[in-house]
Design a protein around this ligand. Sequence first.
Ligand code: E4P
Length: 217
Amino acid sequence: MKFFIDTANLEQIKEANDLGILDGVTTNPSLMAKEGISGTEAILQHYKDICEIVDGAISAEVLSTTYEEMIAEGETLAAIHPNIVVKIPMIKDGVKALKYFSDKGIKTNCTLIFSAGQALLAAKAGASYVSPFLGRLDDISTDSLNLIEEIRLIFDNYGFETEILAASVRHSMHIINCAKIGADVVTCPLPPILSLLKHPLTDSGLEQFIKDSKKLK
Ligand code: E4P
């Protein structure tokens, strides 16, 4: 399973990349705004900066919602670096844009997926990734892991190469359960990734080893 970090914060991207386990980065307009980035030039430069840190798939989201505008914007984003994945919302014009980019060999990530039908349509249109949002489904008392299972089954039934990119991942159990089901990728902020490191028995065991190692010197 691949690990992407879901942030536009360069320090956190560097920290995750330094761990040696990072396969890519996802961003969205809210995450970019949180870093105070605004204006086309600043946005493009920020994606360039991310591409220089991480050698992996970098999702850059279009801000427009009409077919023509998404095509123009997506082409500008794709021209930044070969690792850019154009992130397109699951709307009617978005599906058409997915097909356009797929035909041109430009990678895409279809975002805001909340149903198996949406994932199926995005895969049919040639999306490289679909992003089902787990945390936001949990927030409305819906079984988000069931959605990952459904999409996995459908994609396997028909041999779709579209990767399931589990998004809106909030904690380590989301990550573990996605790995058990067979999601191809999880994207999440740095804390859930770091929390995978932690176990109280590791801490107490290491404390004891350090204490005993002093007897060996
Ligand atoms: C995915 O690509 C989105 O950027 C993200 O995972 C949304 O997460 P949130 O629901 O925590 O905002």
